[in-house]
Design a protein around this ligand. Structure first.
Ligand code: ADP
Ligand code: ASP
Ligand code: MG
Length: 460
């Protein structure tokens, strides 16, 4: 079971979580727990470390450390009074360590990806002992493990590390035996390289941690506890009448999360899918709701479309030139140049004239992409490269779309009627996803139009 930031944000929610775990254990089940930082703490750690490396003042450090202390001390005193002195001592030790590191960042005026990763794991480091104490307060044996101790070994890509195959056997031997005697509370979001350097798994990475751990211990199910009733037809902050989906497939969740549905980390399905483990998404604040079941095969919906999502931190890059027509190897050259700069391409489209290839990438990688592609202009492989930041990508997702005639027509007719101009379209041959690009300001409108067009608020 993984509990996200809002589910473990303060004493009241942590007590609630301890209650959920206790009730579940009474039904005769064993489990391991993965926890996130308290809501907002990771953002604060990123903000202060970035500022200190730029032009921040050391005077920022004490108030920040003080606010973390208050928050975690209040949480443990409320949720686990009997264990407060022990946990407070641990919190103090962590905060001393963090203070030293933040001072170093300020003196060096440098925040490397490696030091940043170490700093941003402090949210999880501070919170796991509080949650574990709350379990003990409720009469449940519990032990704390950091991600590395639990056996999450990763690639060395700081900020976006991926689990290595060795995780499975490490987790089995380290977490497996513990479960019979206690509930391990594992710090999410973090792992380490094979040589022990701390890494993080990307924002929202605790979902991924839970899937890696669940897969390592061969769990029967992986439960992601969050602050909404399950995976919804669209982002409920954007579409207030979005509906909870009772059942979605691994593929559908991957497509939705990849294109921005913030409810789950995009890589978190892969470990579960590999072993065919059912994933459930449930609401900590409404535990009786059945939530969403994610499995290999999901209930089909006559509409074909299950959900609509959009991502706005993207940029469009267009590579043009008549010399590209009929010339083998141009696409290879483009993608190799981008890969060398570690630019991840999210969407591709090429017209049959071949004089233009358009790509969608993360906005933060635009400078790298332009640099890579201008090299090709100099070599005469392409004529020009242009970029547009003012775009967003919308994805319409559902396995039932495969072979359903007319879905594309409905999508683009509805958008046209709504006055939304479509700049680029892409559909994989799996037909599980039709994605397209519109002006940034049209993104929310496009999602609204399609949510209505496919009547996604209505029960199947
Ligand atoms: P946690 O801290 O539990 O990991 P997150 O904030 O990361 O929670 O993710 C849950 C939030 O994701 C929800 O509160 C909701 O606003 C947002 N969200 C975006 N798209 C969706 C979607 N399709 N279904 C459900 N929630 C979504
Ligand atoms: N605390 C991390 C984050 O905010 C990981 C997570 O919440 O899943 O990104
Ligand atoms: Mg999350």
């Amino acid at each position: 079971m993984k509990f996200g930031g809002t589910s473990v944000a303060d004493a009241a929610s942590i007590s609630r979580v301890a209650g959920i775990i206790g009730d579940y254990r009474k039904t005769g089940h064993e489990l391991a727990v993965v926890v996130s930082a308290q809501r907002g703490v990771t953002d604060q750690l990123i903000e202060i470390s970035t500022k200190l490396a730029d032009a921040g003042e050391t005077t920022m450090i004490d108030p920040f450390i003080g606010s973390l202390r208050d928050r975690h001390v209040r949480a443990v005193r409320g949720a686990a009074p009997a264990f407060a002195p022990e946990v407070e001592a641990k919190v103090e030790e962590l905060l001393r360590n963090l203070t030293g590191i933040l001072n170093a960042v300020h003196h060096l005026r440098e925040l490397t990806p490696r030091s940043k990763d170490y700093i941003i794991t402090f949210g999880e480091r501070l919170n796991a002992p509080v949650v574990s104490a709350a379990l003990r307060q409720n009469g449940i044996q519990s032990e704390v493990l950091d991600g590395c101790e639990a056996g999450i070994v990763t690639t060395p890509q700081h900020g976006e590390a991926m689990a290595l195959p060795a995780c499975d056997s490490l987790i089995r031997s380290r977490v497996g035996p513990l479960i019979a005697r206690a509930v391990p509370v594992i710090m999410g979001f973090m792992g380490c390289t094979e040589s022990g350097v701390v890494t993080t798994l990307g924002r929202s990475g605790s979902d991924y941690s839970a899937a890696i751990i669940g897969s390592g211990i061969d769990a029967d199910e992986i439960w992601i506890w969050t602050d909404v009733d399950g995976i919804m037809t669209s982002d409920p902050r954007l579409i207030p009448d979005a509906r909870v989906l009772p059942s979605v497939s691994y593929i559908e969740v991957m497509e939705l999360s990849y294109f921005g549905a913030k409810v789950m980390h995009p890589r978190s399905i892969e470990p579960a899918m590999r072993k065919g483990i059912m994933v459930r998404v449930k609401n900590t604040f409404n535990p009786d709701h059945p939530g969403t079941e994610i499995a290999r095969v999901a209930e089909r919906d006559s509409r074909g479309v299950k959900g609509i999502t959009y991502i706005d931190k993207v940029a469009a890059v267009s590579v043009n030139g008549a010399q590209m027509i009929g010339r083998p190897g141009v696409a290879r050259a483009i993608f190799s140049a981008l890969a060398e700069k570690e630019v991840n391409v999210m969407m591709i489209s090429q017209a049959s004239s071949e004089a233009n290839i358009s790509l969608i990438i993360e906005e933060g990688q635009l400078d790298c992409a332009i640099e890579a592609l201008t090299g090709m202009v100099r070599q005469g492989i392409v004529r020009e490269v242009s970029a547009n930041r003012d775009v967003c990508a919308v994805a319409v997702v559902g396995e039932g779309m495969a072979g359903a005639i007319g879905t594309g027509g409905r999508i683009f007719t509805a958008l046209g009627k709504g006055g939304v101009n479509v700049m680029m379209i892409s559909q994989g041959s799996s037909e599980h996803n039709i994605s397209f690009v519109v002006r940034q300001e049209d993104g929310p409108k496009a999602v609204r139009i399609l949510h209505d067009e496919f009547r996604l608020s209505e029960e199947a």
